[in-house]
Design a protein around this ligand. Structure first.
Ligand SMILES: [Zn+2]
Length: 235
């Protein structure tokens, strides 16, 4: 196994991050946003001595690998009173707010794209570094979304796509070229079983049971209803 230095790891993370994307190095209480031209903005630091020290170390590390850090707008955040769940909710809100500011090069916000028409693409496997230093083969996916203004096609990281779509039905439905699956919640599942229409439900595995297509990870294990796409209506 080839050992990655902290410098290499940081460089790789920042190169992969989209502009306007949020980076919160694990356990440091620091939030960075990637700007253009090898620059990050420190948006928040937890108000603890540990975080204050990490902030200094991280700036040195980032400058070492050729990244500039703008700390002028950094907010000190009090965190001690938050439960892990509250902390998680707050983080998700922050990430979703940031996602609202992502734009196409023509200026159209990505959140205004017809996200439900996004096309999931499998790009093979890649080695991923785990927090414990081991590597694991991970499937690579992106979602191709299309700008309604300039027709640019933008490959989007599935996590970012989820942030953009929020609780929107874009994350609940999935289309193969033949079938449209819709994930359903527990009360609906119970209703359907009780009223004996449970045989129109499916639990998805790794492949589409109708045409054998590889399914993206977020729909695997989901209980879904399914419908054949009617070609005549679509075209
Ligand atoms: Zn555009």
């Amino acid at each position: 196994m080839n050992e990655e230095t902290p410098e290499e790891a940081v460089k790789l993370i920042l190169e992969r991050l989209r502009e306007g994307g949020l980076w919160q190095p694990h356990g440091l209480g620091l939030s960075y946003v990637k700007e253009s031209g090898n620059q990050v903005t420190l948006t928040a630091q937890e108000n603890t001595p540990m975080s204050a020290q990490a902030r200094i170390r991280m700036r040195l590390l980032l400058e070492d690998v050729g990244w500039k850090v703008d700390e002028t707008t950094c907010q000190l955040v009090e965190v001690e009173h938050l439960t892990p769940e509250q902390k998680h909710i707050k983080e998700m809100q922050m990430r979703q707010e940031l996602a609202q500011s992502w734009k196409c090069s023509c200026g159209t916000p990505l959140s205004a794209f017809p996200l439900e028409e996004g096309v999931w693409k499998h790009e093979g496997q890649q080695d991923m570094m785990l927090p414990n230093g081991e590597t694991e083969m991970v499937e690579q996916w992106h979602v191709l979304i299309t700008c309604p203004t300039c027709d640019a096609e933008i490959p989007t990281d599935p996590y970012d796509y989820g942030l953009l779509a929020g609780d929107d039905e874009a994350m609940l439905t999935y289309k193969t070229n033949k079938i449209i699956y819709t994930a359903i919640d527990r009360p609906t599942i119970i209703d359907m079983i009780d009223s004996k229409v449970g045989d129109s439900l499916l639990i998805l595995g790794t492949f589409c049971p109708f045409n054998g297509d590889l399914l993206p990870p977020h729909v695997r294990g989901a209980v879904v209803t399914f419908k054949e796409i009617e070609r005549s209506e679509e075209e």
